[in-house]
Design a protein. Structure first.
Ligand code: ZN
Length: 559
């Protein structure tokens, strides 16, 4: 997700940090003003273009030793690392392992603003404990009212879930006090490695919201809309409380085979790839295949205008609502978004490994957050400011381009490498925010992020540490629920985490840090990762004796 409304909070938070740290760090007002403005302009108002020349790429020497002799030298690529790493632009292969699958027959009914479906879910017990109950997440039920969703104007309803069966046995659901959770008791436990096929029907009400889940001006954002099996962790079933200013979505990789019926005048975009469209009267049924993803979502409208192109083997589509254009420059905005998507796939493919899916859809849609990520599909805000050519510092449509890059960054950090975004939000939000810098570097705007450099605000310094600590913005690696307020969470997960990753890059070298992340992605692709797994790769590759890195990690993270 990328925040939009948090701008003022971020500005205030940063102002307070400045007031606490500026004198100690001897940052001039002018320098700070530049830092502050740049740190928030991607979400606020345009500032005049600055004309500073780009600075050369910094690749500070590290304290690390040369190549470990036990490593394969052919995989070191001349980098100052202690473990082999994948090459730039390496392939991220879709694994052949057995995984969950969801076969869904869905119908969107715009008359009632509902989506209903029949689901056949195949899964297996991937834990070491027997399962006597199954836990499902049912996020749409939260939108029955504003109190449970936290979103004003929520006019949804509790999801109707019926006909839950295993074989010929009918099962019943029991809704939790948290309405986004329900439990299904099994007639006999599902033991480790045992498989199960469970079917159920559901009807979900789509709220009338200008949001990532909702319908506004006839644009349907249909996301997190069906009951999905929760993740079983070492602490049992994971069912973190929902919060609207971020994500608590957490699921296992699965193959989705979907038949989606909509009125024929509707155009759709979705996770996966359409393999067939069957017109029958005034309805069209799309057959969609979405292998190896964490979720399935779709967007629908009668007035999407399409812009399409490829990047290598990936087909990219950008749409906006032609009936309600957010600006007079929407065609150019869509073209710019398409270019940003191509550049993002190129930049991140080189740095982290190539995007492994054949399709990527970008919906410029009416949502109030900056953007939201889903597998193979991102929603970016069509708020007018983002859709105007002159909302930029250096390139036209820069604000939208950065949002596109951030959400595409999530395809690696959320999509390919999963994580529990409620308990370890920095693993997807800080990383996706860091990808904005990788994108900016790729298109030649590296100096735009200079203010994240250690030379402007050294996160390993005790003064900065103390200030951020007093603001409850470090340690960064905490659950959403442990922050004292939403602003601290937003600032820690999006800004301090991003800056920490940038200063890790400075500590080990840019090429080295990208290679370390490639190795992290390579080891954890299509799993649910943890921060321990990231730090394991980091120190295995960078070594234990990089003093700048060690000081940074010690200051910003709790380990
Ligand atoms: Zn995000």
């Amino acid at each position: 997700m990328r925040h939009f409304k948090s701008t003022v909070a971020a500005l205030l938070a940063f102002s307070m940090i400045f007031s606490l740290t500026a004198c100690r760090e001897k940052v001039s007002d002018k320098e700070f003003e530049k830092k502050l403005t740049r740190s928030v302009t991607t979400e606020t108002i345009p500032e005049p273009t600055e004309t500073e020349p780009p600075e050369p790429t910094e690749t500070e020497p590290t304290d690390t030793e040369p190549t470990d002799s036990s490593s394969d030298p052919s995989n070191m690529q001349g980098l100052n690392l202690k473990a082999p790493v994948p090459e730039k632009n390496c392939a991220i292969e879709i694994p052949q392992d057995e995984r969950y699958h969801y076969d869904m027959v869905l119908t969107l009914d715009p008359e009632t603003n509902t989506v209903s479906g029949h689901v056949v879910a195949y899964f297996f017990n991937n834990s070491n404990e027997a399962w006597s109950d199954l836990c499902f997440r049912d996020y749409p039920s939260l939108f029955k009212d504003s109190q449970t969703s936290g979103v004003q104007g929520s006019d949804g309803a509790l999801t109707e879930v019926t006909n839950i069966t295993v074989g010929n046995t009918a099962l019943t659901m029991k809704r939790d006090s948290d309405v986004s959770v329900f439990w299904v008791s099994l007639p006999q436990p599902l033991h480790p490695n045992d498989t199960m096929t469970l079917s159920y029907d559901f009807t979900t009400k789509i709220p009338s919201l200008k949001d990532r889940f909702g319908v506004h001006n006839g644009v349907y954002n249909v996301t997190n809309f069906y009951p999905i099996l929760a993740v079983y962790t070492e602490d049992g079933w994971s069912h973190e409380k929902f919060y609207n200013m971020g994500e608590c979505f957490f699921s296992e990789i699965a193959d989705y085979n979907v038949m989606l019926t909509v009125p024929s005048e509707y155009k759709i975009l979705s996770t996966g790839t359409e393999t067939k469209a069957d017109n029958q009267g005034d309805k069209t049924t799309y057959t969609i295949s979405a292998p190896c993803v964490r979720d399935f979502v779709f967007c629908a409208s009668t007035s999407f205008k399409f812009f399409e192109d490829d990047y290598k083997d990936t087909h990219i589509r950008v749409v906006y609502d032609e009936a309600h254009p957010a600006s007079t420059e929407m065609d150019e905005c869509a073209e710019a978004s398409l270019k940003a998507a191509q550049d993002s796939l190129a930049a991140f493919g080189e740095a982290f490994g190539e995007y492994p899916y054949p399709e990527l859809d970008i919906i410029l849609a009416p949502i109030e957050a900056g953007g939201m990520e889903y597998p193979n599909l991102i929603i970016c805000t069509a708020e007018s400011y983002y859709c105007m050519k002159n909302s930029y510092e250096r390139i036209p449509f820069e604000q939208m381009s950065i949002v596109v890059a951030h959400e595409i960054g999530h395809q690696w950090f959320m999509g390919i490498v999963g994580s529990n975004s409620g308990l370890e939000p920095w693993l997807d939000e800080s990383f996706a925010s860091y990808t904005e810098i990788v994108y900016a570097e790729y298109i030649g705007l590296s100096d735009q992020y200079d203010h994240y450099s250690k030379k402007y605000m050294d996160l390993s310094s005790s003064a900065i540490h103390d200030s951020l600590k007093s603001m409850d913005q470090i340690p960064v690696n905490r659950s959403y629920y442990s922050f004292s307020n939403e602003n601290s969470y937003v600032y820690a997960a999006y800004e301090i985490g991003k800056q920490a990753l940038y200063q890790m890059e400075e500590a080990v070298g840019r090429e080295e840090f990208h290679a370390i992340i490639r190795e992290y992605v390579h080891r954890n692709a299509f799993t649910n990762s943890t921060e321990d797994r990231f730090f394991e790769v980091l120190f295995e590759c960078a070594g234990q004796d990089n003093q700048a890195l060690n000081a940074l990690v010690e200051s910003v993270f709790e380990r």
